[in-house]
Design a protein around this ligand. Structure first.
Ligand code: TPP
Length: 655
């Protein structure tokens, strides 16, 4: 086993190319086994094996900074930098992080796991190196996927890198995919052929070299079929023909002109126009070729930033991943390595959303759906299949998704923007000023709201409620069951006549309830009438914990009133009034406690009756490490046991 003898990157440098190929195979087996045990990111890592080996042989980490965009593809980097023995604890509480982690290793720099940031970090690290404040750092290397290249920050940084001529090596790891195929003309390696082509021409090339050779011609085909290009070309041809005397001559120059336009729209010209040199495409599974290209890039980077375009195959070497059309096993829960995971199907609230949006869209032709490169995880695939013309994947571009939705709403459509709660943070400014200020009918459906678990601090969706509830005119709804989500989406379509609406819901299973156990519109729903001592106001997923706590307390003779808050902004005044008539009020939410909904409830209750104590339960203001979501919530006292204990402690004092 060669893998066992690799403890640090230097151990790689003595290996021959055949030995490296063998090692690559061992690494793939190791990663499949590890992810099968714990769940995690698989396809992206299987595709980056040779690239990571080459990077760690050519560069000397951590003296050279090797940076990973998003960081979900850094498992091989972790294995090669001394963390192989900890993979049985991948993504577990107190175990190995699923992303680079500064606490874990001096080889790790960025741990935010939100996409498209790496070029900005690289720019900054290069500036610090050039200022002489980074010891003996030589090179700054930024690895970015073609998916992450679709995010606005990546373009901002590229522009700045090119203009400043900072010495940075960008490695574009192009596997043609985000989760789904990447929405970009900069990638064409696995892009489906344009539907306009005859059937026979639509066959995907099979081998990697074939795909590399094909990528540029695919891009050209797309450009030629692009209606804007075609229209412009016709206009120019017409204009040239009409020119007196020089017309025919000019027309002859047309071929050269067309070639120039094509060249302009290809990846090399794109990067070079910004001032970033380009080499590629390189076969990302050929270590020798990769090393050669990286070594050249080091030399060329003396003159300024350079992009090495590497084409890889997502899921390479594990057939269940290679064959997974939806996402090449981008990520997966625990599975049996011998057979691969079952097909990923939405569940819980995601499934409820998937069903509800199709149902609403059947009835209302204005409804369109927008995703920022996550059609599967947000439950939009059934919608995409049913209404392909009303489905928009805009790339990993949350800001653009939100302002794009604003434009669609302005034009008479009723857009539903489906994002993870944590990624909406990116588009805060757009939500406030592009959508809300214009009172536009945009509906935000935020999945993975609250504590999400295994992905750690950057993936918990804890800010959405507190922030969105402060946006003038925004209605914020939180369903406590699958059925309630359906009701809320239905109501949101008409509520949006007065401006934006947000529906936010948790990851994982959803409560299933009968058709009468739901509320409506902007009203709260009383679940349990107590004896006037304690009023418990719960939001979203926390309603289940509140109900269970109330049952426990009832068995001890404490009869608590329970409300499902449902609408976090505006709060239902009837609920506030009733709460203020109790001796003690408790609120519970899985969003940030400081400045959250509970504090607003306390404020409003006190405006009616200043003497009622209000206990606000929520997420503390700190970065919460990875662990199972239920365990985190229990530790924070945000489960039935915790809520019951709080109420007992407070009411015992009062007794
Ligand atoms: C701002 C943001 N939006 C969405 C995501 C979710 N996400 C994680 S990885 C990924 C796809 C990344 O594609 P690419 O960069 O090409 O890497 P690959 O997995 O294909 O190697 C997405 C959409 C994210 N991490 N950050």
């Amino acid at each position: 086993m060669a893998l066992e003898s690799i403890h640090e990157p230097a151990d790689l440098r003595t290996l021959s190319y055949p030995e490296l190929d063998e090692l690559a195979g061992e690494i793939r087996d190791f990663v499949v086994q590890a992810v099968a045990e714990t769940g995690g990111h698989l396809g992206s890592n299987l595709g980056a094996v040779e690239l990571t080996l080459a990077l760690h042989r050519v560069f000397e980490s951590p003296r050279d900074a090797v940076l990973w965009d998003t960081g979900h593809q850094a498992y091989i980097h972790k294995i090669l930098t001394g963390r192989q023995g900890r993979f049985d604890q991948l993504r577990q509480a107190n175990g190995l992080s699923g992303y680079p982690s500064r606490e874990e290793s001096q080889h790790d720099f960025i741990e935010n796991s939100h996409a498209s940031t790496v070029l900005s970090y690289a720019y900054g690290l290069a500036a610090a190196r050039d200022a002489g404040t980074s010891g003996d750092r030589r090179h700054v290397v930024a690895v970015i996927g073609d998916g992450s290249m679709t995010g606005g920050m990546a373009y901002e940084a590229l522009n700045n890198l090119g203009h400043s001529q900072r010495r940075v090596i960008v490695v574009l790891n192009d596997n043609g995919r985000s989760y789904a195929p990447t929405i970009s003309n900069l990638t064409a390696s696995t892009m489906p052929m344009p539907t306009q082509l005859p059937e026979a021409d639509r066959i995907e090339p099979h081998t990697l070299p074939e795909r590399i050779a094909d990528r540029l011609s695919h891009t050209l085909t797309n450009i030629r079929l692009n209606p804007v290009y075609v229209r412009r070309q016709r206009k120019i041809e017409h204009f040239l023909r009409e020119l007196p005397v020089v017309g025919p001559q000019a027309e002859k120059g047309m071929e050269a002109f067309k070639a120039a336009v094509r060249e302009f729209l290809q990846p090399p010209s794109f990067f070079e126009a910004l001032g970033v040199r380009y080499v590629g495409p390189i076969d990302g599974h050929n270590i020798e070729e990769l090393e050669h290209a990286l070594a050249n890039a080091i030399e060329l980077s003396a003159e300024g930033p350079i992009c090495v375009h590497v084409v890889t195959q997502k899921g390479r070497g594990y057939s269940p991943a290679e064959d997974d059309d939806e996402k090449h096993l981008h990520d997966t829960p625990v599975f049996d390595a011998a057979v691969g995971p079952p097909k990923a199907l939405p569940s819980g609230y995601t499934q409820a959303f998937a069903d509800a949006i199709v149902k609403e869209a059947e009835a209302d032709l204005r409804i369109v759906a927008i995703t920022a490169a996550m059609p599967g995880p947000t439950g939009l695939i059934p919608f995409e299949q049913r209404f392909p013309d009303r489905f928009f994947d805009v790339g990993i571009a949350e800001q653009h998704a939100v302002t794009g939705a604003a434009g669609m709403a302005m034009g008479g459509l009723r857009p539903v923007v489906a994002l993870y709660s944590t990624f909406l943070n990116r588009a805060w400014d757009q939500v406030v000023y592009d959508v809300a200020l214009h009172r536009l009918p945009v509906i935000f459906c935020l999945d993975r709201a609250g504590i999400t678990g295994d992905d750690g601090p950057s993936h918990h969706g804890v800010y959405d409620m507190a922030l969105l509830a402060k946006v003038p005119g925004m209605r914020v709804l939180a369903p406590s069951s699958a059925q309630e989500l359906g009701v809320m989406l239905h109501d949101a379509i008409s509520l949006a006549n007065d401006g934006p609406v947000t529906i936010r819901y948790a990851r994982g299973s959803a409560h299933q309830v009968g058709e009468h156990e739901v509320g409506n519109g902007l009203l709260a729903r009383r679940i349990r009438q107590g004896d006037g001592s304690v009023c418990l106001l719960a939001i979203g997923k926390m309603v289940a914990a509140a109900e269970k706590a109330a049952e426990e307390l009832a068995s001890e003779g404490r009869n608590v009133t329970v409300f499902d808050v449902r609408c976090c902004a505006p709060l239902d005044p009837a609920m506030i009034l009733e709460a203020s008539r109790h001796q003690f009020v408790v609120t519970i939410e899985d969003g940030i406690r400081d400045g959250g909904i509970g504090m607003t409830i306390a404020d409003q209750v006190h405006a009616i009756n200043a003497s009622v104590p209000v206990e606000v339960l929520g997420i503390p203001t700190k970065f919460i490490p990875q662990a199972k979501a239920e365990r985190i919530l229990a530790t924070l006292g945000l489960d039935a046991t915790g809520v019951a204990a709080t109420i007992r402690a407070r009411t015992d004092i009062a007794r």
